[in-house]
Design a protein around this ligand. Structure first.
Ligand SMILES: [Zn+2]
Length: 264
């Protein structure tokens, strides 16, 4: 068996879907072919990562299939030197991207891809699901803030020109909810403002989007993956508040946010 025969069978081997004889032949090849062994290990690790996080983040079946198909295609690609091939072809196309699969960086890159795709906003998912996913993503990807500042006069103008809305930014440090910063995020495929507040060791995300006829009044989404999600609309803006904070404390914060700002 050579590499070109081995690569298309890696996924089947992983799924225990090969008969005994081809499985033994493939194992024999893997035993003395480090590049194929790395490709096999990459597939296995990626599949494990998806399984491990599937319950937490409920990656939809179609998305999971897409990731596995990409990885399988990469593993099935002939094991040529990707760098040289991509350069010769003159554009960083599919082979260019995947050709270096099997190098030391490939595993980390593929896992980042898997986790990013798994957590990417899913169009059509209920908004509270997207809000919770965005909250988790902000904590996991070390991308909590684009602008880290407790000064609302620094955070508020940062959104100028980046969004077609001007999010009201207030600090509540005096009552135990200090402003930590802000960033751009995405809900329902649209850019939104995300303000980050802290309560002791807890992180609170406040998403602000155009209201689009969102319900007025304070509402609570059904508990989603252990997070409390509160939402309301006010003055043409829809606000979504999410945290693992104690529910009563998050309700208290929502009331503070909805209270009229003090006279300047
Ligand atoms: Zn091989």
């Amino acid at each position: 068996m050579d590499c070109n025969q081995a690569r298309p069978q890696l996924q089947s081997r992983l799924d225990d879907a090969l008969a005994a004889e081809p499985a033994a032949a493939l194992d024999g090849h893997l035993a003395h072919c480090p590049p194929c062994r790395r490709a096999f290990h990459t597939l296995k690790t990626a599949q494990g990562a998806i399984r491990e996080h599937a319950d937490c983040f409920r990656a939809p079946g179609a998305l999971r299939s897409r990731i596995l198909a990409e990885l399988a295609a990469a593993a099935a690609a002939p094991p040529v030197s990707g760098r040289g091939r991509a350069r010769r072809s003159g554009h960083p196309g599919r082979l260019g991207r995947w050709g270096w699969f099997g190098s030391g960086a490939a595993l980390a890159a593929s896992l980042t891809l898997v986790i990013t795709l798994t957590l990417a906003p899913v169009p059509g998912a209920p908004l509270e699901d997207q809000v919770v996913s965005a909250h988790i993503r902000s904590l996991m990807e070390n991308h909590l803030m684009d602008i880290a500042s407790s000064d609302r006069h620094t955070v508020k103008p940062w959104f100028n020109g980046r969004l077609d809305l001007a999010p009201p930014v207030r600090d509540f440090e005096a009552v135990g909810f200090p402003l930590a910063g802000g960033r751009l995020d995405v809900l329902d495929q649209r850019p939104v403002a995300a303000l980050v507040y802290r309560r002791r060791q807890h992180v609170i995300n406040l998403f602000i989007a155009p209201a689009d006829g969102a319900a007025a009044g304070l509402h609570e989404a059904s508990p989603t993956r252990g997070y409390t999600v509160l939402y309301w609309s006010d003055g043409g803006l829809a606000d979504w508040l999410v945290s693992d904070l104690e529910r009563t404390e998050l309700l208290e914060f929502a009331r503070l946010l909805r209270s009229p700002p003090p006279a300047q």
